[in-house]
Design a protein around this ligand. Structure first.
Ligand code: NAD
Length: 359
């Protein structure tokens, strides 16, 4: 019998609880079909935690996450808390939890469902077969370097510094190689080594780590070229690894190849196999409580959790196949429906996907 895995569930605000409920339904179905065992512990986080506990990230929620094998997060935030002081804002909790859990990379897969291909702004023949993942370094680089203003010869100047240490690059490179080993064994390391010293260190370090992964085919792509190639030949990429700011931009570009925000999953990883999994979208206050949110981004985040944290490739593939079969059968939530009058709700979509999970 499979070992019981602990999942910390923090549903959050707005549509968070609605989409998370459908993800749990899908996880329960994988227990039936594959014999895996999961234990859920629920924690308060975000706006709801501010209301009930006076802080976006209560200590017991953080402890619950630390004791778990993985975290499933809905979304946080909403207009109710927008004007709060910084320490009482849901986003502060989001930064806090990432830091406290040591999550140093953000992973965003981008793959195309053939039945939704027409919804993309990119030509079908370019897009068909796209299946890539962007691994973005999350805690270093220019966003975290020293920043200041000073008086220069021509008046005021602003300075942002980009710093990367060898260990920071090593750990993200190793993670990317490990992910490549579980996928197509191709890794594109993206930098600007023709101009930036931090990129030259990045490249040297990635090359050194590559020696431990002889099966992975490594290419180095300059960031400006990568931005072009993502639009020209997205199918040629398998895993892309890059530093914080380049990854911020490229992961949004890659995500938009495939369309709706309601479909996009993500993972934030620390050392080892621990990870926090969440949809890319926010709490969507405009549709919260109406039962119309698309749960697929959260359900696909569970597939990522199964693959990256638990190594349950069979169940991960079964979830992705179930989503595909439900979409192929023509079922759509409002955000991805062409004929909105035929759209189905959150619970109905979750029910259909759970029912379609099979060995
Ligand atoms: P959003 O992603 O919540 O919504 C943008 C648009 O997409 C809205 O029209 C919404 O209805 C739609 N949408 C989003 N998810 C959907 C889904 N699953 N199904 C159908 N439609 C969906 O972004 P926003 O409106 O800019 O932000 C709303 C709140 O969420 C803000 O408070 C923001 O700070 C927060 N937010 C949280 C996270 C997070 O928790 N990680 C991420 C982004 C935004």
């Amino acid at each position: 019998m499979a070992e019981t895995k602990k999942i910390a569930v923090i549903a959050g605000d707005g549509i968070g609880p609605e989409v998370v409920a459908e993800a749990i339904k899908v996880i329960r179905k994988t227990e039936e079909v594959f014999g895996y065992k999961f234990e859920f512990e629920h924690g308060l986080f975000g706006g709801i935690a501010i209301d009930e506990r006076g802080t976006p990230l209560p200590d017991d929620t953080l402890q619950l996450c630390k004791n778990a094998d993985a975290v499933l997060l809905g979304a946080v935030g909403g207009p109710k808390w927008d004007n709060n002081p910084k320490e009482l804002r849901p986003e502060t909790g989001l930064l806090g939890i990432r830091k406290a859990l040591g999550l140093f990379s953000n992973l965003r897969p981008a793959f195309v469902f053939d039945c939704l291909i027409e919804a993309s702004t990119i030509k079908e023949e370019v897009l068909r077969g796209t299946d890539l993942i962007v691994v973005r370094e999350l805690t270093g680089g220019i966003y975290f370097g020293e920043k200041f203003r000073r008086e220069g010869p021509n008046g005021q100047e602003a300075v942002d510094t980009c710093v990367y240490s060898v260990p920071e690059v090593e750990r993200i490179a190793r993670q990317a190689f490990e992910i490549a080993m579980k996928r197509g064994k191709r890794l594109a390391s993206v930098d600007k080594a023709n101009v930036l010293e931090s990129s030259r260190l990045w490249r040297e370090t990635v090359i050194r780590i590559a020696a431990d992964y002889p099966e992975v085919e490594l290419e180095h792509v300059l960031v400006d070229n990568c931005a072009m190639q993502l639009l020209r030949r997205p199918t040629s990429f398998d895993v892309i690894v890059t530093e914080n700011m380049f990854g911020d931009i490229l992961s949004d570009e890659a995500a938009m190849l495939t369309g709706s925000i309601g479909m996009l999953s993500s993972a934030s990883m620390g050392e080892g196999s621990f990870g926090l999994y969440e949809p890319v979208h926010g709490s969507a206050p405009d549709i919260a409580g109406q039962g119309i949110a698309n749960p697929i981004a959260t359900i696909l985040s569970v597939a990522l959790m199964f693959r990256l944290t638990f190594g349950y490739e069979d169940a991960a593939s079964a979830i992705e196949a179930a989503v595909k079969s439900v979409l192929d059968a023509g079922h759509r939530t409002g955000d991805i429906a062409v004929d909105k009058s035929k759209a189905i709700g959150t619970v109905a979509m979750g029910d259909l996907i759970a029912a379609a999970i099979a060995k």
